[in-house]
Design a protein around this ligand. Structure first.
Ligand code: HEM
Length: 451
């Protein structure tokens, strides 16, 4: 990286002279890029991706101002144009009053108390998938986990049985994931109206998912007389207190799409990385199997078992530290604002990654080491709030955090107590790939044997 020079604000300005700025480094290895940015330029810097400048901050106090205390002065959607074409005005990328209203409607379905109701389904669905696992066979772990988590989100949130359409859905997501990531990072974004091969594939994949989502909505409208206690029911029943209107199909489509997007790949990838770490750390596997044998004794975990599985939880917290599925987000100022003593003008953007803080020895001893025990005794309460934030923070934090943790504990324990997983012989090291969510590059192939 070239030497920084001072910009008009008091942060170091990276790559002022190179056309494209830091685009190549960001594209090749986003996690490495953020780490390097932190190491070389400290807690604040400004970098450029193509024509656009971004602030990067790695000071927990400054991050707290952007994400929590001054969150009202920022929007999220401006930095995610291409994904927005796919999620529309769903919760992940809506802003302002619409976001506030939709979040208010959805929040009660995601409280710690409410998600307990989903635990049984999470266990049953995992068990059903595991019936196809045979002793001594080889499996593509990432695909299996994708299938389980997609089924869980579809059935718990929308009472939708996706099993016969899972292949089609999986393929569509893969296309969207790759192309949306490329488009987000590309210097020149060709509008979707221009029929390049890539644009056609992207539009077709979105159309496939649209068809399925609109079908789910239409089926539910027909079943008006047999209400279901799921998120879709809540969304359909919600009326705006100001004008008394409900959500139209387009808004419902956007919300479903956003929940599908945010709610399955994140958990599938985190679980895949967790299994990768477990396979590489025999003492962790031993402690886990002891915990499962002692608490579960072979039965599928339920919501009541969650608090009795602290080591399983800590394995996931440690995985989320080293492999945060939500590795990057953005905010754009809607007014001039001071962040600490940093002057930020209306329209300027932040690119935010938790990774450099998760890898900082100021907060985590031996940060490169996979050590779930570090989360014992409420460790995160002893460090600043924004030193560890795999689920974000403030009004845009992950609405599905309790859901995700419960689901991941159930799936990890259900699989792990029944099967021993091993990488296939000669398996390459599993590296993270920064797609829409952090993913295991090239997938993970494992041989499974009954315990
Ligand atoms: C390991 C699993 C997961 C991780 C690491 C994760 C991470 C995150 C992060 C970091 C954010 C905030 C992004 C920002 O600040 O801009 C977020 C937002 C969100 N997540 Fe998750 N998530 C996970 C699972 C889930 C699940 C299971 C659901 C749904 C059931 C979900 C639904 C959402 C939604 C709707 C938002 C947008 C919230 C808003 O802007 O109001 N996530 N997630």
């Amino acid at each position: 990286m070239p030497q920084p020079i001072q910009s008009d604000s008091n942060a170091a300005y990276i790559n002022t002279t190179i056309i494209g700025g830091s685009l190549k480094e960001f594209r090749d290895d986003a996690l490495g890029f953020f780490l390097k940015l932190h190491k070389q330029y400290g807690d604040r810097s400004i970098f450029r991706l193509g024509p656009k400048r971004f602030h990067a901050i790695f000071d927990p106090e400054l991050l707290k101002e952007v994400m929590v205390t001054k969150a009202d002065l920022f929007i999220k959607s401006a930095t995610f144009g291409e994904i927005k074409r796919f999620t529309g005005e769903g919760l992940v990328l809506s802003d302002g009053e619409l976001h506030k209203r939709q979040r208010r409607i959805m929040q009660p379905r995601f409280t710690r108390g409410h998600i307990q109701h989903y635990a049984e389904k999470m266990g049953t669905i995992t068990d059903e998938h595991l019936q196809q696992w045979k002793h001594g066979t080889t499996r593509e772990l990432t695909e299996d986990l994708f299938g389980i988590t997609f089924d869980i989100i579809a059935q718990t949130m929308f009472s939708f049985d996706s099993r016969d359409r899972l292949d089609r859905i999986g393929r569509a997501y893969e296309v969207i994931n790759r192309i949306a990531t490329e488009k987000l990072r590309a210097l020149i974004r060709l509008p979707l109206l221009i029929p390049t091969k890539q644009n056609r594939a992207y539009t077709n994949a979105i159309e496939t998912l649209n068809e399925i989502v609109y079908e789910v909505i239409a089926e539910r409208r027909k079943q008006k007389d047999s209400p279901k206690a799921d998120l879709l029911e809540g969304l359909m029943a919600a009326v705006d207190e100001t004008d008394g209107t409900g959500m139209d199909d387009a808004q419902l489509r956007d919300e479903l799409m956003a929940i599908f997007l945010a709610g399955h790949e994140t958990t599938a990838n985190t679980l895949a990385f967790a299994f990768d770490y477990i396979m590489r750390h025999p003492h962790v596997e031993e402690k886990l199997t002891e915990e499962w044998a002692c608490v579960l004794k072979g039965k599928t975990p339920t919501a009541d078992d969650y608090s009795s599985l602290p080591f399983t939880q800590n394995v996931l917290w440690e995985t989320l530290r080293l492999r945060p599925a939500g590795y990057v987000t953005g905010r754009t100022a809607t007014a001039d604002v001071m962040i600490g003593d940093l002057r930020v003008r209306k329209g300027e953007s932040f690119m935010i990654s938790p990774y450099p803080l998760h890898m900082s020895s100021a907060y985590f001893e031996d940060p490169h080491v996979f050590r779930p025990e570090r989360f014992e005794n409420d460790y995160v309460k002893k460090i600043p709030m924004l030193a560890y934030f795999p689920f974000g923070a403030g009004p845009r934090s992950c609405i599905g955090n309790h859901f995700a943790m419960l689901e991941m504990v159930i799936i990890l324990a259900a699989i792990g107590q029944r099967f021993q997983l091993r990488h296939t012989p000669g398996h390459p090291e599993v590296l993270p790939e920064s797609l829409l969510t952090l993913s295991p590059k090239g997938g993970i192939r494992v041989t499974v044997s009954l315990r």
